[in-house]
Design a protein around this ligand. Sequence first.
Ligand code: 6PG
Length: 247
Amino acid sequence: PNAPILVSFPDADALVVSLSAFLVKAQKDSIDKKGRFTIALSGGSLPKMLRGLIGNPAVKWNKWQVFYVDERVVSLDHPDSNHRACMEHLFSKVSIPEGNIHHIDTSLLDDLEELSDAYEKDLIREFAQKDSARFPVFDVILLGMGPDGHTASLFPGHELLLEEDRWVAYVNDSPKPPPKRITFTYPVINHAARIVFVAAGKEKATTLRSVLDVPEEGLPSARVKPVYPGQLYWFVDDAAAANVAYP
Ligand code: 6PG
């Protein structure tokens, strides 16, 4: 496999500019090749970090198919909803067809199994035959990392770290509220063509050191390992990278 590529920026604004240039290039390569661009987004501070795309005429929004790496099991207008955060910070400010944004089916909020199955079916509809494979191959998956090293809704010590078959799974015991979530599994994350972590701030410094310098400690973020020829990138700020010796 290819080694992770670490890029560090003096501040969030510089990171935002570079991340949006990266996404515009990835989008162009994907659309040139197959006429569409598939991307999965995370919550946390990530939606705000996509602000560099707003007003950028190079972005072909109608070719984007957007999924969420993980989602809290709440209504779409709930303050905890990742979809809501992405709508607020990005999609309400650009013109993307509503049908290109794949959010959870909120008629199924009371049944986690059905909810995650339905989201998996949505993925299958988008990917089966087109990029047909055992797992979907996203053009880009964007991830954040919690201070405990979790990514998506894959938490330290959780049994889902071992999931090998499902595309989408649910959690009803997240250590960080809200407890109920659905999440992509590692096989889906790891099959993406480009996996991009975005991590900023000094609260991330110790965790980032573990993930990049001592991956054998096995934090959830360190278990993100693209299946060849996928490439893993870390877009971080200097504060987060302060303790890291890598590369
Ligand atoms: C969650 C949080 C979490 C968050 C990370 C990174 O669902 O528990 O959203 O996954 O994305 O803790 O957060 P920041 O990107 O805001 O640092």
